[in-house]
Ligand binder design. Structure first.
Ligand SMILES: *Cc1c(COP(=O)(O)O)cnc(C)c1O
Length: 730
């Protein structure tokens, strides 16, 4: 029996449809997500990280029967189940019209090292994974047959705690796959389907789990089987935590194992989408299969593979973490290149920037660019930067002619928009607003939302964020065994009436998480201005090996304890998708301070835009395309500093920090506190509406996936433009 049927059999008959919903992440982006599961038992719901399968298994039979007797609940359940059936059965979709050759048998195969769908499936680290999750959701909504391929990490990325001196501690928790919305894929005899790859001279058996993401499927590879060597069982244990050798082995499992798995499951991809270099070995394995099938040689087959492949780069600098030494390649691939009919030199040349150089590293981005017909960066600026970096591979071309395009990232609006806001959009933009996101005229109608209503709803979301931040900080302080006074002081932490700035993302040094405190005295003066106070909420993890990132967090924690700042700054530990949601939905201003041009795109600020928050960001990544100004004043947010074009980072930090302080003092705080008789800032609301109107139609993942289809996957240019349309949620 499959796990859905098993769960069904345990549920009271009237509640059986809950099992179908629990095993498809579709529930997580539909309107009624708040209550149907959580209402059954809010405390279990919280403790199981909003995992509906674990909830239904843990809740008492008595409670289930209570719910099963409630006609109001059953009504809502049946209504949602009907919507679900309609969604799953729909055939006349945007993608069916635009790309009829992409089908369930011949889907797009999307490969990525991490996927961030929901907090209940913690196999992501940051922006790349969440983007891959949003991509699958929009592919589903547009009706584009897509299978994701990734790894199922037993422990995922690390969990974060900060000790009393503010130093990051890492800990890991095992994921219990059997009680997650996952199904182990089995053959007709009930045995797990497996494929084999050779890693370090040993056969590694890989099994696969399926997560259902609306109409899209996500296949997650798992080496944690008792018939594997203990070392190999750990290959899919943790995300981004190993040395280079572990990374190489993981990338072999993902790319080579992934293509083998699809082949075994008789999925024949119409198109391969390699999302970031980690997954590029998939192209080699696709070539190997084609050689075995056709008997043609590698270079003949390569053309075929190129024609069906797209590569997306997210890296704005050539980085050592994208390459492997020739020694390492020898030890992992010596038996593989003969299968491609290649010599060692020919094989290594596939990943070499300068083929023939014996010291050359094997670059995954190089391999991916060589073996795909279309490649892209993830914002207009990142496209430019990528063309310059990779011009070395195209010696006969100017940078401008390097065949790397761009598709700017976008976010899945139906996931990130707070229900209070989507309700407003339904009312003032139209019930079907979320299926027509890319239509700019739709968003013109935000001007019709009454100011007071928008202000009040945002205020509620901010109160919720403040309550959440306090609860999290309280738990952290208790966990650290802090003094009673410090624990009690949580009651004074943050104030929902104060201008609130959020900053949450990975604490990579290039993101300059401490820039606001460049001049501590000035920062204190600005934050504690009695007439126009400002408060800050931070969250994010530093990579376990990133000492500088950890020092930035530690300094923030010192500031959280500073007598002048202690009520004004909160650091929320253990950043995850749920924390992101509350933060992007509740802040007034979202701060982003990357060192240019290292933010390839950035997506968290886009999530903020859907919820009426305003972006305060360095002009880098997506913000270069989004920011609008008139007379040197931002219309839909603010731009920090300017590129002084020097490698002197201290000087650049000085310039940007100074600009940040001036924006806060001269523009942002005065505008926010400029209240009318109803206690509302009309100027602020004008900016909120401008931000929604100018950003939302562009920076959503429906537009992004549609561009991937029309500009990159499809061979022929589109004759007719079909308006991008997602399946209705209402
Ligand atoms: C959206 C998101 C990110 C990406 O944030 P950036 O500011 O683009 O780096 C990272 N982590 C999580 C959990 C997210 O939801």
């Amino acid at each position: 029996m499959n796990p859905v049927s098993t769960l069904k059999a345990k549920l009271p008959t009237p509640l059986r449809r809950l099992a179908d919903l629990a095993y498809n992440y579709w529930w997580s982006w539909t309107e009624e997500r708040v209550s149907l599961f959580s209402i059954i038992d809010p405390s279990i719901w919280q403790s199981c990280r909003h995992n509906p399968v674990a909830l239904l298994e843990a809740v008492s039979e008595e409670r289930l029967w209570q719910v099963a007797e409630d006609p109001f609940y059953l009504n809502r359940l049946n209504h949602l189940a009907q919507k679900f059936d309609h969604y799953m059965g729909e055939r006349d979709t945007w993608a069916a019209r635009v790309a009829p050759d992409i089908t369930a048998e011949n889907p797009v195969a999307h490969f990525c090292m991490e996927y961030g769908l929901h907090e209940s499936l913690p196999i992501y680290c940051g922006g790349l994974g969440v983007l891959a999750g949003d991509h699958l959701k929009s592919a589903s909504d547009l009706g584009l047959p897509t299978v994701g391929v990734g790894l199922l990490y037993r422990q995922g990325y690390f969990r974060q705690r900060l000790n009393r001196s503010g130093w990051q501690q890492n800990f890991y928790e095992d994921n219990d796959f059997e009680h997650m919305p996952l199904e182990l894929v089995r053959d007709e005899f009930g045995q797990p389907v497996t494929v084999k790859v050779k890693v370090r001279q040993r056969i590694v058996r890989i099994q696969v789990w399926k997560a259902q993401v609306g109409r899209a499927q996500l296949f997650l590879l798992d080496t944690d089987r008792s018939d594997n060597d203990p070392l190999d069982r750990r290959l899919t244990r943790q995300l981004y935590s190993g040395n280079r050798e572990t990374s190489l082995a993981q990338e072999i499992v993902l790319g080579i194992g992934g293509v083998r798995m699809l082949h075994t499951l008789e999925v024949e991809p119409a198109h391969y989408h390699i999302n970031e270099g980690h997954a590029a070995f998939a192209l080699l394995e696709a070539a190997r299969l084609e050689i075995a099938y056709s008997g043609d040689n590698f270079y003949e087959v390569e053309e075929l593979i190129r024609d069906r492949s797209t590569f997306t780069s997210h890296t704005p600098v050539p980085s050592g973490l994208d390459s492997f030494s020739a020694d390492m390649m020898d030890s992992f691939f010596a038996e593989y290149w003969p299968e491609l009919g290649l010599s060692r030199e020919q094989f290594l040349a596939l990943g070499a920037r300068r083929p023939g150089d014996p010291w050359e590293l094997f670059g995954m981005t190089v391999l991916a660019l060589r073996m795909t017909r279309t490649a892209n960066g993830v914002s207009r600026k990142h496209g430019e930067v990528s063309r310059e970096i990779w011009q070395v591979l195209y010696p006969d071309k100017d940078a401008a002619q390097v065949p790397i395009q761009y598709v700017t990232n976008g976010v899945h609006a139906r996931t990130w928009t707070a229900p209070l806001m989507s309700d407003l959009y339904s009312r003032y933009l139209g019930e079907d607003w979320s299926s027509k996101l890319v239509d700019p005229t739709l968003w013109q109608r935000v001007e019709q939302i009454p100011d007071g209503e928008l202000w009040r709803r945002h205020a509620i979301l901010k109160e919720r964020l403040v309550a959440y931040a306090r609860a999290k900080v309280l738990r952290s302080r208790r966990g650290r065994g802090e003094a009673a006074d410090d624990i009690a002081a949580v009651d004074r932490l943050l104030d929902p009436n104060v201008l609130t700035i959020g900053f949450a993302r990975r604490f990579s040094p290039y993101k300059r998480g401490g820039l606001l405190f460049h001049d501590l005295h000035r920062a204190i003066r600005i934050l504690s201005n009695p007439k126009r106070p400002i408060q800050l909420i931070y969250a994010g993890k530093a990579h376990p090996a990133d000492e500088e990132g950890k020092r930035i967090i530690q300094r923030l924690m010192e500031w959280c304890r500073h007598p002048a700042l202690r009520d004004r700054i909160a650091f929320i530990e253990d950043y995850d998708i749920y924390t992101t949601k509350l933060m992007v939905q509740g802040v007034d201003v979202w701060l982003n301070t990357p060192r240019r041009p290292l933010e390839a795109c950035g997506t968290s600020g886009q999530k903020v835009a859907f919820n009426g928050g305003l972006n305060l960001s360095v002009l880098d990544g997506w913000w270069c395309e989004a920011y609008q100004e008139a007379n040197n004043r931002g219309l839909n947010g603010w731009a920090i500093g300017e590129d002084v074009g020097t490698s002197d980072q201290q000087h650049q930090n000085q310039v940007d920090a100074d600009s940040l302080y001036r924006l806060l003092e001269d523009q942002i705080a005065p505008l926010y506190y400029d209240r009318d008789r109803n206690g509302i800032s009309r100027g602020w609301l004008t900016m909120m509406k401008t931000s929604i109107r100018t950003n939302c139609h562009q920076f959503n993942s429906d537009r992004m996936v549609a561009e991937y289809v029309t500009q990159l996957y499809l061979n022929e240019p589109q004759a007719e433009v079909e308006p991008v349309m997602a399946s209705a949620m209402a």
